[in-house]
Write a protein that binds this ligand. Sequence first.
Ligand SMILES: [Zn+2]
Ligand SMILES: [Zn+2]
Length: 278
Amino acid sequence: MSCFSYPGTYVSGRMKLRLHFVVDPMGWFCISMVLFVWLYNSFIIPKLVLLPHYAEGHIPTTLVVCYYLASLLCVSALFRASTADPGKLAQDPKIPLGERDDWELCNKCNMMRPKRSHHCSRCGHCVRRMDHHCPWINNCVGEDNHWLFLQLCFYTQVLSLYTLVLDFCQYYYFQPLSSVDQAEFAVRHELALLRGSCFMGLIMFGGMSSLFYTQVKGILTDTTTIEKMSHLLEDIGPRRSWQQAMAEVFGTRWKILWFLPFRSRQPLRLNLTSRSHV
Ligand SMILES: [Zn+2]
Ligand SMILES: [Zn+2]
């Protein structure tokens, strides 16, 4: 497996998107499945539930706009998490004089790296403060894209829960529609399509809720998934408030910015001592 990056689109005065792609057919398959679930629900729910009920005045505009907004934020977080550089080490890193003791040699790629970095065998390089390699985004989750992965978990929960509520309302709560074309494919197969949507919603909501919980717990205890799996739990880092821990991951103390996928992240200097690592 390998990966390549290139400096991509210049989006605004301050933000540059550097796109990073991992060449891994298994990862492409997994991310295609995630995209299929997103596409399916983003098409079926408005087509069968939101737009017809909105047209007949059963639901307000706000519900429709919120669904599209949740859908847009979800796919944006997916795009950013899967194409952002997770914290790949430079070929010839410049080690600050005072930090030499905190660096070590990777015995797989033979390069110097800061402690708590990990070599990803799927991507073929070391990643700073690597959490894990996620096939569902076909990318590593590391220091520079952990915040985007958290956003993806959060918005997927929001979108799948919203989808489940709408599926439920369509079955049991909304008034029957009077002006739908009964000959249309989606209308004729409405029950089966909505059952498919419920099934995907339950899997996505269940999976993402537990993942989000373990990710947040890991951030608050300053432990990566790899460290947890290696049972290196005795050396818990300095105690921090949850705001401080989250601010470090998201690169800003402005909480409103924690929810925006389209921005660049600058590391916060919180003066923390480094811990031992895997
Ligand atoms: Zn390495
Ligand atoms: Zn990786």
